[in-house]
Design a protein around this ligand. Structure first.
Ligand code: SAM
Length: 330
């Protein structure tokens, strides 16, 4: 009897929902597909309350999904791939076997930890991957460059702040089927996986998030526009990989458009009137490095030609944005 990874061992682990139904006649596969949907439903809705942090319902990702997740994350040799709730280890083992990555899985069920370690050895990647008996909330994620999850959705939501706190900007997070609450994925793909639920076949949805740099707060910079140095005082409000911004230049104010982050890469537009009354379009692009952003500003004043200027913004704990203008309203 072969499981989704073609080895048949997963079915021997006690107390675990396995999905091997290759012996089942074709006409009953539809019924199992429905069971699969119920399992997904169980993951989504009906896990026992006590299991919010610790539950051991095990449903392996099919091998086709493990491979698609590694491809979506563009896994390579230099990656450290982590699977939170690693089951029989196939996600990490596949990343090591097909893409030369290193990595580790963490798993609450000790029998699965043992199984994953022995399967990794059998596939010849035992020196590059390891499996740890641990609660996902206790895992140190700081060295991960790719994090995978196929977990109860509430568990994923509960992990979201940990992911955002510990992972470096640019780290890829990939999930099978479930999301991260209101954090929209950067990419998503749904496909029919014939090997899902032990060969019953079902749709699999995989999603990718790129951890964004943290840019919430006050940022200041200067640009030479129209022959004079202009000081920009901005306030940025971030929501995951998108944001909003407002800025004051002298006594004039403007709003950013289309502020986006992909890892540490930031871009946004700004059309505003600058003294002495010229409408200026700015296109900012840069790399966030902690408290600085370095890149370019393409600036086009009304009717003029576009100039590309070096742009260096610095984060500040204070802003001149709120200072009184001293101008009486007429
Ligand atoms: C749906 S299975 C996914 C297995 C594997 N990631 C895959 O895609 O094939 C979820 C796994 O997470 C484990 N798990 C659940 N809660 C956990 C927790 N709090 N800490 C560590 N592992 C957990 C379960 O025991 C189970 O093996």
């Amino acid at each position: 009897m072969a499981d989704d990874q073609g080895n048949g061992n997963a079915a021997r682990v006690s107390g675990i929902a396995t999905a091997d139904r290759s012996h089942v006649p074709q006409r009953r596969r539809a019924a199992f597909a429905a069971c699969g949907a119920v399992l997904a439903g169980l993951l989504a809705v009906a896990a026992p309350a006590a299991a919010q942090e610790r539950f051991s319902l095990y449903v392996p990702s099919p091998q086709s999904v493990a491979e698609a997740m590694a491809k979506m994350a563009n896994v390579g040799k230099s990656d450290v791939v982590v699977d939170l709730g690693s089951g029989d280890g196939r996600i990490v083992t596949t990343a090591a076997r097909l893409h030369g990555a290193r990595g580790f899985g963490v798993e609450i069920n000790p029998e699965l930890v043992e199984l994953a370690s022995s399967l990794a050895k059998k596939s010849g990647v035992g020196d590059r991957v390891s499996f740890i008996h641990q609660n996902v909330f206790d895992t140190d994620l700081r060295k991960a460059t790719v994090v995978n999850m196929y977990l109860f959705p509430e568990l994923m939501r509960l992990l979201r702040p940990k992911l955002l706190n510990e992972l470096q900007p640019g780290t890829r997070i990939v999930s099978h089927d479930f999301g991260l609450g209101t954090w929209e994925p950067d990419e998503q793909l749904t496909f029919f996986a014939p090997d899902k639920f032990g060969g019953a076949g079902a749709d699999a949805r995989i999603s990718l998030w790129i951890v964004p740099a943290k840019i919430d707060g006050y940022w200041n910079w200067s640009l030479p526009v129209g022959g004079q140095s202009m000081a920009y005082a901005s306030i940025v409000e971030q929501r995951f990989q998108v944001g909003e911004g407002i800025v004051r230049v002298g006594n004039r104010r403007g709003t950013f458009s289309d502020l986006r982050l992909r890892g540490d890469q930031i871009s946004f537009g700004l059309r505003m009137t600058l003294d002495p009354g010229v409408s200026v379009m700015h296109e900012f692009r840069g790399t966030v490095k902690g408290g600085t952003i370095e890149g370019t500003a393409r600036v086009t004043a009304d009717g003029g030609k576009t100039v590309e200027l070096p742009w260096r913004a610095t984060r500040s704990t204070s802003t001149t944005y709120f200072q009184p203008t001293g101008l009486a309203a007429k």
